[in-house]
Design a protein around this ligand. Structure first.
Ligand SMILES: Nc1ncnc2c1ncn2[C@@H]1O[C@H](COP(=O)(O)OP(=O)(O)OP(=O)(O)O)[C@@H](O)[C@H]1O
Ligand SMILES: O=P(O)(O)OC[C@H]1O[C@H](OP(=O)(O)OP(=O)(O)O)[C@H](O)[C@@H]1O
Ligand SMILES: [Mg+2]
Length: 287
């Protein structure tokens, strides 16, 4: 039985749940259910707080989990990523009022943080950064809405998740310094976990979901003498399928192409004389 940890709320939850659904796993009936048994897939799904997932997986009690790279690093759990999942992409950055940013910048980069109060919901990541930089500062641990902490007087600097930067801008804060880290949702497992066919199979399923989202199937008919030029436009992942048509001068081509490239390719194929060009979604795949 593969034991899978999934985020039960927050930014990661919806996308992780959608991914599992597309990979053929049972859905929970409501947001309160914490455990779902899925006998058809020989799996148990545990819906846990995103912050706790690396702890459970690192303990070895659960085999794999979906969480943010930043959350995993912050937990200090003995867990490692085995696959990037491509959602919840963010950076983790310092920010402060413009006057503080100016003052910090005067002190040659991060050394200017010395003695300041840094508020964050990721104290583990911040402490590790400060230790590596050899800077001594106070870390104020908050649960969220960190951007308000400076106005409320409990911190001089924040270290927070940044996607568009809107949250920090609205709070009148400016980012400074290089990003402390970049993050995205990842599939994680315990460091040193033994190879497991069930985990390998789960990985293939998730890869299948990502590929099925990224690619479409393109079918078209083209005169046989133009097929070589056409398959240069649609080389596919391995090699396109070329089948004879009843009309001897023509062939049918089928190829997987990147969704974002499909319209450009259709225009190029049209110019090469291709007709009956069809694009269809891929529901699931193993490539
Ligand atoms: N606006 C965002 N854009 C992209 N990723 C984000 C965003 N906010 C949070 N994340 C990512 O989501 C994960 C945090 O999820 P978590 O559920 O703990 O926080 P949250 O979505 O802010 O929920 P909460 O309301 O409980 O704070 C982290 O990996 C973080 O990098
Ligand atoms: O750069 P942006 O696009 O504005 O996104 C980043 C913000 O989104 C998240 O906040 P959330 O709304 O989850 O609230 P929280 O601070 O309570 O976690 C995160 O903690 C940042 O504050
Ligand atoms: Mg949040």
């Amino acid at each position: 039985m593969l034991r899978i940890a999934l985020p039960n709320k927050g930014s990661l939850s919806e996308a992780a749940t959608a991914m599992l659904h597309e990979a053929g796993y049972r859905q929970r009936k409501d947001g309160k259910e914490l455990m779902v048994v899925d006998p058809a897939n020989n799996a148990e799904l545990f819906y846990l707080r995103p912050r706790d997932i690396a702890t459970y997986v690192g303990s070895g009690r659960l085999d794999v989990g979906i969480t943010g790279r930043d959350l995993m690093l912050d937990s200090g759990a003995s867990a490692e990523p085995i696959m990037d999942l491509g959602f919840a992409r963010s950076t983790f950055r310092f920010a402060a009022l413009p006057a503080t940013v100016e003052q910090v910048a005067k002190e040659a980069g991060v050394a200017g943080l010395a003695g300041l109060r840094i508020a964050s919901a990721y104290p583990g990541v911040v402490r590790e950064f400060l230790a590596t930089a050899g800077v001594s500062a106070e870390v104020v641990k908050l649960d969220g809405a960190v951007e308000v902490s400076i106005a409320l007087g409990v911190a001089d600097v924040v270290a927070d998740v940044v996607e568009t930067g809107t949250t920090l801008r609205h709070a009148g804060l400016e980012v400074f310094g290089e990003p402390i880290l970049t993050s995205e949702a990842q599939l994680i497992r315990r460091i040193g976990a033994e190879e497991s066919p069930a985990v390998e199979q789960f990985l293939r399923r998730l890869k299948g979901v990502i590929t099925a989202r990224e690619y479409v199937l393109m079918d078209y008919d083209i005169r046989a003498e133009n097929v070589d030029r056409a398959v240069q436009v649609t080389p596919g992942i391995e090699s396109p399928t070329v089948s004879p048509l009843h009309d001897k001068g023509w062939v049918a081509v089928r190829s997987m192409v990147q969704r974002g490239e499909a319209q450009r390719m259709m225009d190029e194929l049209w110019d090469l004389g291709a007709r009956g060009i069809l694009v269809t979604d891929i529901l699931a795949c193993r490539v």
